[in-house]
Ligand binder design. Structure first.
Ligand code: NB4
Ligand code: NI
Length: 183
């Protein structure tokens, strides 16, 4: 199982690399990696397991964060209806996105960042994405609000981008035009 000791922290060069696409059929290790990433999120949201193994709670985690520079991440995040978006995402692409932006009023954090970095991270509020599952089947999905923000945060990790790269340097709480806080 993935533990916090396996999560690399800012300053590690892998976090700033562009991760490589994977080919199908997946190697046993890449399949196992995808499963381990999702298992970490589920464990991290279970109060007993999280406490027992000292896990920080997560709704997303990307392979580069455990020092594997491949285009795989996992999501385990509630949507607006409280249903869990539970996905192992391989070779993702955003195919279209809304003009409207959204941001978390409390800002974002990151399992690879051991400090509070304040400020709004404006991202498209709605996205249409394509990716493959572990079996190489292509999936197309429309996401909005928290699942959309999480997907984009994880996709950033595959491109060596950290959430604070998006924060306005001059005014971290700048209300980007046409952006809405997610309550
Ligand atoms: C917003 C939030 N961020 C949590 N952590 N940070 C993360 O997931 C980082 C990724 C997120 C940061 C902003 C968008 C993506 C990890 N990142 O570094 C991966 O690249 C949470 F844990 C969390 N929730 C709300 C839902 N709750 C359901 C019940 O269980 C607890 C859970 C807590 N919401
Ligand atoms: Ni992160």
């Amino acid at each position: 199982m993935i533990l916090m000791k396996d999560v690399i922290r800012e300053g590690h060069e892998t976090l700033r690399k562009k991760a490589a696409e994977v080919t199908f059929p997946l190697s046993a290790e890449n399949r196992q990696l995808g499963e381990d990433l999702l298992e970490f999120l589920i464990n991290s949201q279970d109060p007993e397991i999280a406490e027992k193994y000292d896990l920080r709670s997560g709704i997303g985690i990307a392979a580069p964060q455990v020092n594997r520079s491949v285009r795989i991440f996992a999501l385990y995040v509630p949507n607006d209806h409280g249903d869990m978006v539970e996905e192992i995402v391989v070779n993702p692409k955003i195919v279209s996105h809304s003009v409207e932006l959204a941001y978390l009023p409390g800002g974002e954090g990151c399992l690879s960042v051991d400090r509070d970095v304040t400020g709004y991270v404006p991202r498209p509020q709605r996205i249409t994405v394509k990716f493959f599952n572990l079996d190489g089947e292509e999936k197309k999905m429309r996401l909005k609000n928290l699942p959309a923000i999480a997907f984009q945060h994880e996709l950033d990790h595959l491109n060596g981008v950290m959430f604070y790269d998006h924060i306005n340097k001059d005014n971290p709480y700048f209300e980007v035009p046409n952006s809405h806080p997610l309550e």
